[in-house]
Design a protein around this ligand. Structure first.
Ligand SMILES: [Zn+2]
Length: 44
């Protein structure tokens, strides 16, 4: 199990779809079409 995978929903385990919010800062919004969860990741 790899629950640190940002591509999977931490709530239901579905694959998330992503949308790039800011190209320069690599800010990405991940959304789950199954349960509606949205989270953003910003790699350091
Ligand atoms: Zn989900």
């Amino acid at each position: 199990m790899n629950d640190a995978d940002p591509r999977l929903c931490p709530t239901c385990g579905d694959a998330l779809s992503f949308e790039i919010l800011d190209d320069e800062r690599f800010l990405v919004a991940w959304s789950c079409v199954n349960c509606g969860l949205i989270r953003t990741t910003e790699p350091v």
